[in-house]
Design a protein around this ligand. Structure first.
Ligand code: SDX
Length: 382
């Protein structure tokens, strides 16, 4: 056995992609691999999605308990008060190209907010909590400002819920109650999911005692990838490319034959299906009924049948979210940024938990390169 874990170590000890590795402990979220169950701080996702508001869920994730009426009202008021962007951020916005990728914009803008954050010098719990509330409030404002640039977005409407206001900011129309409910359910479903890649990126960053904004910037960078958050945008682009249900079988069959990944299917942990997908699927179907446009839902269902039949793969949360967002009138390129508007609540909770009980995250790797090579002066190198 060599003096390091590398050479001589058992390569079977490598867990590629950390698959199946318990990389830490957390009290925030429980993902049940076998039956796809999901709990935020012990509450079943089905109950939260059907009965809670996003504000209640964000409070639950950050504080560890559901708010009473007085706590919820104070939290919601603080969110509404925190929505206006700092003047420096508004100046920064004028320098951003309107053709920039919205996820690149958000990654940069969140990092920019960190420059002047009033609590930037501290990772203490109460300071981190204030940063979290500001980020939950301001990320939708950033997105709305980016969408409206060089014009001004509509001002946030304090009479609307967080979800309804987000929809209003991005579409310019106050949503009907059912559309607001679909947005609310989507934000709750996307809010948290244990040690997914972007959350783990946030925790790795926070574990060096770097700050909340740096950790969230890391997370946004990770979420952008099509294997993670970028999938929902890719799903809608695929549905539009397929065009109609009559093309579904052939299109999917060809792509599977080429060993290509079908976005919105599969999951590293949930191999028997994703309970969140079942919930958003129900809303996507009713939205199609209400908008008298079932086309995208029916096409999605046909694809789901084929993927289950031929690959035993199940839709993840991104698959039916795509057509739901499309029918809500949201621009496709904002699908992943909407994921950020929700997951910022989970990321913040994890950063706070990491800072409150920190240990530097630093795994080992199996070394596969050469060793003990003789150093040749440059004149002797070929
Ligand atoms: C999210 O972790 C989280 O919790 C994430 C998330 C969250 O809330 O944070 O749930 C959000 O990111 C959901 C996932 C969104 N990504 C996609 O929809 C992209 C498409 N999905 C895949 O690329 C894939 O399913 C992953 C990346 C999500 C998971 O892949 P794994 O666990 O690494 O599985 P794998 O690549 O080892 O695949 C196993 C087999 C392979 O077949 P073989 O090569 O062995 O024959 O399944 C096949 C894969 O080819 N496969 C797919 C597929 N996903 C897996 N084949 C076609 N289409 C797919 N989507």
């Amino acid at each position: 056995m060599s003096d390091s874990i590398g050479r001589g170590a058992d390569p079977d000890r490598i867990y590629h992609g950390l698959e199946g590795v318990l990389a830490g402990a957390s009290a925030i979220c429980d993902v049940e691999e076998t039956n796809g169950g999901l709990f935020y701080r012990g509450y079943r996702i089905e109950d939260l999605a059907e009965r809670a508001s996003f504000e209640e869920v964000a409070y639950l994730l950050l504080m560890g308990k559901l708010p009473n009426r007085k706590e919820l009202s104070a939290f919601s008021e603080e969110l509404a008060r925190s929505r206006p962007l700092p003047e420096a951020a508004r100046r920064f916005l004028k320098t951003v190209s309107p053709t920039a990728n919205p996820m690149d914009f958000l990654r940069t803008a969140v990092s920019f907010l960190g420059l002047d954050d009033p609590d930037r010098e501290s990772n203490a719990h109460s300071e981190n909590l204030r940063k979290a509330i500001r980020l939950i409030a301001q990320i939708p404002s950033l997105l709305a400002a980016f969408r409206s640039a060089p014009g001004e977005p509509p001002p946030s409407d304090p009479s609307l819920s967080h979800a309804a206001n987000l929809l209003y900011l991005l579409t310019g129309r106050r949503p009907d109650p059912f559309s607001a409910k679909v947005m609310e359910v989507s934000l709750i479903l996307y809010a948290e999911h244990e040690f997914n890649a972007s959350t783990f990126a946030a925790r790795v960053t926070a574990s060096s005692l770097s700050d909340m904004h740096s950790a969230v910037t890391s997370a946004i960078g990770s979420l952008k990838g099509p294997l993670h958050g970028g999938a929902n945008e890719a799903v809608m682009k695929m549905l539009l490319e397929i065009g109609g249900i009559e093309n579904a079988e052939r299109y999917i069959g060809k792509r599977l034959a080429r060993k290509e990944r079908i976005m919105g299917f599969g999951h590293r942990v949930l191999k028997q299906g994703d309970v969140r997908s079942k919930i958003i699927k129900k809303y996507a179907e009713e939205l199609g009924e209400r908008k008298k446009d079932r086309k995208w839902f029916d096409l999605s269902s046909r694809i789901e049948e084929k993927m289950r039949r031929e690959k035993e793969l199940y839709p993840n949360l991104d698959f039916y979210s795509a057509s739901a967002y499309y029918l809500l009138g949201l621009p496709i390129e904002f699908d992943t940024p909407l994921f950020v508007c929700s997951r910022i609540s989970g990321w913040s909770a994890h950063v706070m938990e990491q800072h409150d009980h920190n240990r530097l995250i630093r795994p080992r790797c199996f070394y596969t390169g050469p060793k003990d090579l003789p150093y040749l002066p440059i004149e002797h190198r070929s």
